[in-house]
Design a protein around this ligand. Structure first.
Ligand SMILES: Nc1ncnc2c1ncn2[C@@H]1O[C@H](COP(=O)(O)OP(=O)(O)OP(=O)(O)O)[C@@H](O)[C@H]1O
Ligand SMILES: [Mg+2]
Length: 358
């Protein structure tokens, strides 16, 4: 895929700007607080439907303005498309693809495929399992609608199941109701776990190679931590585990088993990155995972997504920077920096100053 042009109206510090992009590397360069991250945010928003920052939606509207608009045109193997995003202070929001209104987020995800990396993505390695599950869910949903469908269904059944567990009903009545919901939950859980395992296997094979290329002497391993007790089928294992924890769940008041409790584990040379790796190593792993995701998505959908890299260069040593630039030149990459690094590779420059392109 290739983004050709974006037009921003009252989006953060962009009053009215049109920005054209080229193939390969596009350096978005400027001093601090000029609008580099905001530009990447607008593209992410046009792809995923929400901001990568944990902010309130209305915060994207320019101060003292009432509405914000993004218009983005891009090319895919299936032809040229455009996305229009609109939000106002009354929370009226609309997303259009080729001028047709999108009513459900499930219809929207994956139309413009992007892979995003910012220093915040370190949470993929450092923070809680929920961040890693989010990574799995957002990544797989980009190319697999069945996954997204089952994920949404799983969440719905899980909520119903938890409200039964929390209710004041008798234990007998709870058991009776759980017996209705647990098989439905297991059905979705099995699909989610199988698809996650399949994705991680593909990601791992690519990531190990890219990681070796960037670091030279480190060995990366990625695995999925889930209920896997007997080596039987996932369904049988889940069933067995649910039977085992039934009374404990009633006591605790929530569902203790299932993909909403699973985790992703990264190891360098056999050591868990979360506990043993340096900051630079963790950053490199998070970045390598995102670069590998580019390849996995390409294998699934037949073309590369757009790569958005925020503030990544200043944090890597020269060798790692050189290898990274070499790797990303084959994608359409939008990469922010305060100073353009020395490189022999061809690139385009977009200079940002105070919400304008100069
Ligand atoms: N809703 C808004 N309306 C107007 N300006 C905003 C809004 N939200 C954020 N800004 C401003 O946008 C400016 C630029 O932010 P941005 O994060 O894009 O900077 P940056 O160029 O990435 O800087 P850095 O190099 O420090 O990362 C900030 O100074 C902020 O005050
Ligand atoms: Mg920034």
């Amino acid at each position: 895929m290739k983004i050709n042009r974006i037009q921003l109206n009252n989006f953060r510090n962009y009053k009215n700007s049109i920005i054209d992009f080229s193939d390969g590397i596009n350096f978005i360069v400027g001093r601090n607080a000029q609008g580099k991250t905001n530009l990447l945010e607008s593209i992410y928003l046009s792809s995923v439907g929400k901001s990568p920052k944990s902010c309130r939606e209305k915060q994207i509207i320019m101060f003292n303005e009432n509405q914000s608009k993004i218009e983005l045109s891009f090319s895919t193997l299936a032809g040229n498309k455009n996305i229009k995003f609109f939000l106002d202070r009354t929370n009226k929001k609309s997303i259009k693809v080729n001028n047709i209104n999108i009513l459900k987020l499930t219809e929207f995800v994956g139309i413009l495929s992007v892979v995003y990396f910012s220093p915040d993505e370190l949470k993929l390695i450092k923070e809680v399992p929920e961040d890693r599950r989010n990574f799995l869910d957002i990544s797989i949903s980009q190319f697999d609608r069945t996954y997204l469908y089952n994920l949404l269904r799983y969440d719905k059944i899980l909520k119903q199941r938890n409200s039964i567990l929390k209710s004041t009903d008798s234990v007998e009545s709870k058991i009776e109701q759980l017996d209705l919901f647990t098989p439905q939950l297991i059905e979705c859980a099995q699909i989610i776990i199988e698809k996650r395992l399949n994705f991680i296997e593909k990601l791992k094979n690519i990531a190990t190679n890219i990681h070796k290329f960037i670091t030279i002497d480190e060995n990366l391993d990625i695995s999925y931590s889930y209920i896997n007790t007997s080596g039987l089928s996932i369904k049988a294992d889940l069933q067995k585990e649910f039977d085992k924890v039934k009374l404990k769940e009633i006591d605790l008041g929530y569902t203790c088993v299932g993909p909403h409790r699973d985790d992703l584990i990264f190891k360098i040379n056999g050591m868990d990155c979360k506990y043993y790796s340096s900051q630079g190593q963790q950053r490199t792993v998070a970045l390598v995972v995102k670069l590998s995701l580019m390849e996995v998505i390409k294998n699934e959908i037949g073309e590369y997504p757009i790569l958005l890299l925020d503030d990544v260069l200043s944090e890597l040593d020269q060798n790692r920077q050189d290898r990274l630039i070499e790797l990303i030149s084959k994608y359409q990459t939008l990469i922010t920096c305060t100073k353009i690094p020395e490189t022999k590779i061809k690139y385009n420059i977009i200079k940002v100053e105070n919400g304008s392109i100069i």
